[in-house]
Write a protein that binds this ligand. Structure first.
Ligand code: MG
Length: 174
């Protein structure tokens, strides 16, 4: 019996737009604009979903939930994450830890980080102690710094117990 560990990386970017609500990590964030996208455009959940898919070698979020499919229009990204969490779990993996970074010039996210952390832990059914949420500005340069977009990065470690195949019994033949 051995433990197999797999690391996965996720990244996402969405444009900021008037008249949209801002949702980060499944938490509604007070801001005058929101992220544009086919779904609810939760940039952080998309990065985490891709990190899980990456670790399990299951492709990417766009393959699983194409933005050309009307079924996913305006969809709550927590549902996409849950679907992927179940697929990963079905392969025998558990999440060892999750680390992520939100890149947003504004609003200030220090107050939201603990809320997002606890929401992520609940969504993924893991202890808060194995979840870390960081936030950075864009230092006022580039699309993040000019408040044109937000991005998120996520890295996740999965582990599963691997049982060796049963020994073939020698000396038997049909
Ligand atoms: Mg996205």
């Amino acid at each position: 019996m051995s433990i197999e560990q797999r690391v996965g990386l996720g990244h996402d970017t969405h444009r900021l737009e008037e008249g949209r609500r801002l949702v980060l990590g499944g938490v509604a964030v007070e801001f005058e604009r929101g992220l544009a996208g086919h779904s609810d455009a939760d940039v952080l959940l998309h990065a985490i979903t891709d990190a899980l898919l990456g670790a399990a070698a299951l492709g990417d979020i766009g393959e699983l939930f194409p933005d050309t499919d009307p079924k996913y229009r305006g969809i709550d990204s927590t549902l996409l994450l849950e679907e992927v969490r179940q697929r990963v779990e079905a392969l025998g993996y558990r999440i060892v830890n999750l680390d992520c970074t939100i890149l947003a010039q504004r609003p200030k996210l220090s107050h939201y980080k603990p809320l997002i952390r606890s929401r992520l832990a609940r969504l993924l059914a893991i202890p808060e102690e194995v979840v870390n949420v960081k936030a950075k500005t864009g230092e006022r340069v580039g699309p993040i710094g000019r408040e044109e977009a937000m991005s998120a990065d996520a890295v996740v470690l999965l582990a599963r117990t691997v049982h060796p195949p049963p020994h073939s019994t020698s000396g038997t033949s049909s």
